[in-house]
Design a protein around this ligand. Structure first.
Ligand code: SF4
Length: 301
């Protein structure tokens, strides 16, 4: 049987829903029920009556889905798919940081482990980060973890100082100002869209700084017909599906996250059959505390 048919049959049999992040390979995006950003996908899955969630992405994403849907079985098909940025801060680091700044609030990017979320006062996505920070009491200091570049973007937008952890996304920091300048010369009619995980010197040369979800919305509704995409290349597949009439240029061909490319259709089959992938579980205390920081985000957004 064709592998796509096999996935469809197993999905029905197990009452499962398949989620794919926009950085996943195109064939996985095409096999998924929902394609989008990590937090949005977890919310969508929590609103379904599925018993099983297969999350094609990296570990922190599947953990977030588990936090929001503890009664569903959440499976990460590529069990070795982690996020190097999320792993740049651990529980000991954040405890020490909080000891150093005892009166500060901790704001964490959703691209973080559940342990870090559990130590945080509020979470944010790259779409709502500026809005969330703006709503935190002005008399309070903010510790922002783990991405220094998203943190710097928030500070630039609000003119508000924060203490930034020095984490970074190894994929987005490969973007160089020269690449943007070159793209501008090559594609003078294109609008250049960049993710806030990229360094400031690059963001400043682009037309729009947008999260992946915002990029999809922007491309769908904008009158512009040509774009340079300065984020992980998987997004171009999503954009082509949404607006096949427009033209997309990757900023450069190496803008790939190796962890996001670890999945395969075969792994989805194994996850659904119960012979592969990892079923995500978290200690109850971590899950409940992490949920608190996500709930605070929802209340402020
Ligand atoms: S693109 Fe960056 S932030 Fe996203 S999963 Fe890969 S390493 Fe982590």
């Amino acid at each position: 049987m064709d592998i796509k048919e096999q996935i469809k049959r197993l999905k029905k049999e197990k009452n499962a829903v398949i989620l794919a992040h926009t950085y996943q390979p195109g064939d996985i995006q095409d096999a998924a029920d929902y394609v989008g950003d990590s937090y949005g996908l977890s919310v969508q899955a929590s609103n379904t009556d599925a018993d099983v969630i297969v999350f094609c992405g990296v570990r922190f994403m599947a953990e977030t889905a588990h936090i929001l849907s503890p009664s569903k079985k959440v499976i990460l098909p590529a069990e070795d798919a982690g996020c190097p940025m999320a792993d740049m801060i651990n529980g000991d680091d954040i405890v020490k940081l909080k000891e150093k700044y005892p009166d500060y609030l901790v704001m964490c990017y959703v691209n973080s482990t559940s342990e870090i979320k559990a130590h945080s006062d509020v979470c944010c996505t790259s779409s709502n980060a500026v809005k969330i920070a703006q709503k935190l009491p002005p008399e309070k200091g903010i510790l922002f973890v783990p991405d220094q570049h998203l943190g710097s973007y928030i500070m630039e937008q609000l003119g508000r100082e924060m203490v930034l952890w020095d984490g970074f996304c190894p994929t987005h920091v490969r973007i160089q100002p020269e690449m943007i300048k070159q793209a501008r010369e090559l594609y003078p009619d294109a609008s250049i869209l960049i993710h806030p995980e990229a360094p400031r010197a690059c963001r400043e040369l682009c037309d729009q700084v947008l999260s992946t979800g915002q990029m999809v919305q922007h491309v769908k509704t904008s009158e512009t017909m040509e774009f340079v995409i300065a984020t992980e290349l998987g997004l171009i597949h999503t954009l082509q599906r949404e607006r096949p009439d427009k033209t997309y240029h990757p900023l450069f061909s190496g803008l790939l996250c190796p962890n996001m490319k670890k999945g395969s259709l075969e792994q989805i089959v194994s996850a659904l059959e119960g012979t592969g992938g990892e079923v995500i579980t978290l200690p109850q205390e971590i899950r409940q505390k992490a949920k608190y920081s996500l709930t605070c985000m929802l209340e402020l957004s």
